[in-house]
Write a protein that binds this ligand. Sequence first.
Ligand SMILES: [Zn+2]
Length: 86
Amino acid sequence: MRRKPYTEIGINRVPCRRCGGSSSQQWQICSLDNKWAGICDKCDIELNRIVLEFMRFTPNMVECLIKDYENRKEIADVKAIATSAI
Ligand SMILES: [Zn+2]
């Protein structure tokens, strides 16, 4: 973890704070002196789900928002693959 956000390239080299996998996202944790922690896609989705539930979104809203978030991530992954293939 570090005080400045990781770069888009650098985040891939950081292990997920939760499971040790390859990070693709990062979260700033206020209770850890605002340090940034790397997190993998799977853990990022679960963390988003926990936050939405904590914020008292209805279960239906949580499912819709998480599905939308997962779809946006898949689209971003497809775009990244298409760009790297060029
Ligand atoms: Zn993880």
